[in-house]
Design a protein around this ligand. Structure first.
Ligand code: NAD
Length: 494
């Protein structure tokens, strides 16, 4: 049994915590360890450490910061299998998926290695005679990152490489369900040469989050999680004067037009619907089939869904378990609700049996889903795909635009004009065209619209650099040396 504690000032704390939480291996259903829950005192301590470290780190040269990030990139690359194993052991996703998330995180580190270029300001000479104006961007101070269970390595990596590169100090509060990956990442940052206190990790629950939200010395909050908590974090963080970006839940639609390649669309539906057991904020969960292709499309998805092997993510399965028993039962209760509300179960994940006490639920496919059903209205966050049949593109677009969430969406078609209209008209932050999970690259920014994001800044890309810095504009006039300065031999002004 392992015990996970906070990472403060470059090492693991040895204090005995007053409260702890259990960590499970979702593939065995057994408790594999426990994690310390921070109290107010621990949060005050970590903020003091971060504030002190900021005074040095903000003056570290751009060269030093990038050298550390380059070294960190190499170390993560060397240790990515180890990080992936920690993720699979606590989250349950299959190893290839876990490796994929580390790779996506690394792309943000690579982006942050370009910080000398990204932080360059503007300069205008002679805005008035002898007067120049220039802009600079400066770090905020100690910043906090609060992350969800579904990407224990990648989501913190969306933020901290850029925050550190910009000269901030960082406190991560990861999900209490899978806290190990970030601890190895903290060790690697230290090994890469990051000074102690610049990057800290505190574990815990609402108590730790509230203390971070209320602490006057925390300058910004980057939150990723479910919509009710994202809204809470946004409202309370901004109330106490902080800059907040709070990414919330999703219900991503995939529209399939009648001219689409249905095999491509079915493959995409399987990967995006059941990859990581549907526990992805970019998972497709609603397939909008524009008639007359629904029957054919459903048949193709069904055929593929029945071949998915659900099982232990370390043993070659296609799809792992759900993260906890509570979550598994919640997803199963949505399947029951869908059935009761009149949707047709085409593939029933409840029938999939896997040996052992893991939190298993196989892939489920619904047909005849209507827009007023709970399985359509709410985020399920599990391996459940719902097909909604519509008669036209306009009806499909209306569904997407009227939904409360607007994280990602995709359209499958061979008609460039239809795709172009969709990208223009759809009210969603990230759009895929014949691509199921339109996850932007690190140098673009990541974020949804509507109830999928609270705040103005998306994650990483140039939004990230702006979020983690404050702009300053300097207007300067240096008197000509002839006006009392040292005589450099310039001609006299008359
Ligand atoms: P969650 O909201 O339960 O937890 C997220 C974080 O908030 C965790 O660190 C948790 O400890 C903390 N938290 C939980 N309850 C809290 C409370 N009452 N007060 C204060 N803090 C609290 O989310 P989760 O279940 O860990 O993650 C899944 C959710 O995250 C899904 O809704 C998914 O769509 C969303 N998500 C969104 C994105 C995105 O980019 N929009 C990315 C990944 C995940």
């Amino acid at each position: 049994m392992k015990s996970i504690s906070h990472w403060l000032n470059g090492s693991v704390t040895l204090d005995t915590p007053a409260r702890t939480g259990e960590i499970y291996n979702p593939a065995t259903g057994e408790v594999s360890g426990n994690v310390a829950f921070a109290d107010l005192e621990t949060v005050n301590k970590v903020v003091d450490i971060s504030e002190k470290a900021f005074e040095q780190w903000r003056h570290a040269s751009l060269t030093k910061r990038t050298q550390i990030l380059f070294a960190f990139r190499e170390l993560v690359n060397k240790n990515k299998e180890k990080i992936a194993e920690l993720i699979t052991a606590e989250h349950g996703k299959v190893l290839s998926d876990a490796l994929g998330e580390v790779t996506r995180g690394l792309e943000v580190v690579e982006f942050a290695c370009g910080i000398p270029h990204l932080l360059k300001g503007g300069f205008s000479e002679e805005v008035s005679t002898g007067v120049d104006v220039y802009s600079i961007r400066q770090p905020l101070g100690p910043v906090a990152i609060i992350s969800p269970f579904n990407f224990p390595a990648m989501v913190p990596m969306w933020f901290f490489p850029i925050a550190l590169a910009c000269g901030n100090t960082v406190i991560v509060k990861p999900s209490e369900k899978d806290p190990s990956a970030i601890m190895l990442i903290a060790e690697l940052l230290k090994e890469a040469g990051l000074p102690d206190g610049v990057f800290n990790v505190i574990h815990g629950d609402k108590v730790a989050v509230d203390a971070l939200l209320n602490h006057p010395k925390i300058k910004s909050i980057s939150f990723v999680g479910s919509t009710p908590i994202a809204k809470y974090v946004y409202e309370n963080g901004t109330k106490s004067g902080k800059r907040v970006q709070a990414l919330g839940g999703a219900k991503n639609h995939m529209i399939v037009l009648p001219d689409a390649d249905l095999d491509l669309a079915a493959d995409a539906a399987i990967n995006a619907g059941f990859g990581s057991a549907g526990e992805r904020c970019m998972a497709i969960s609603a397939i909008v089939a524009v008639e007359p292709i629904a029957d054919k499309l459903i048949e193709k998805i069904k055929e593929r869904a029945l071949k998915i092997k659900t099982g232990d993510g370390t043993k070659g399965a296609d799809m792992g378990p759900l993260v906890t028993k509570v979550h598994r039962d919640k997803v199963a209760s949505y399947i029951e609700a869908g059935e009761k509300e009149g949707a047709k179960v085409v593939v029933d994940g409840r029938q999939v049996k896997v040996e052992g006490k893991g939190f298993w639920l196989g892939p489920t496919l619904f047909d005849q889903v209507k827009p007023n059903m709970s399985i359509y209205l709410e985020e399920i966050f599990g391996p459940v795909l719902s097909v909604i049949r519509v008669k036209s593109y306009d009806e499909a677009l209306k569904l997407v635009n009227e939904h409360q969430y607007g994280n990602g969406t995709a359209i499958f078609t061979n008609d460039g004009g239809a795709a172009r209209r969709f990208q223009n008209e759809v009210e969603v932050g990230m759009v895929g065209i014949n691509v199921p999970i339109p996850v932007p690259m690190a140098y673009f920014s990541f974020g949804g619209w509507k109830n999928s994001l609270f705040g103005d800044s998306h994650a990483h890309g140039t939004d990230g650099v702006h979020f983690f810095t404050r702009g300053k504009v300097v207007t300067s006039r240096w008197l000509d040396p002839s006006h009392g300065g040292i005589n450099l031999g310039f001609p006299q002004n008359n």
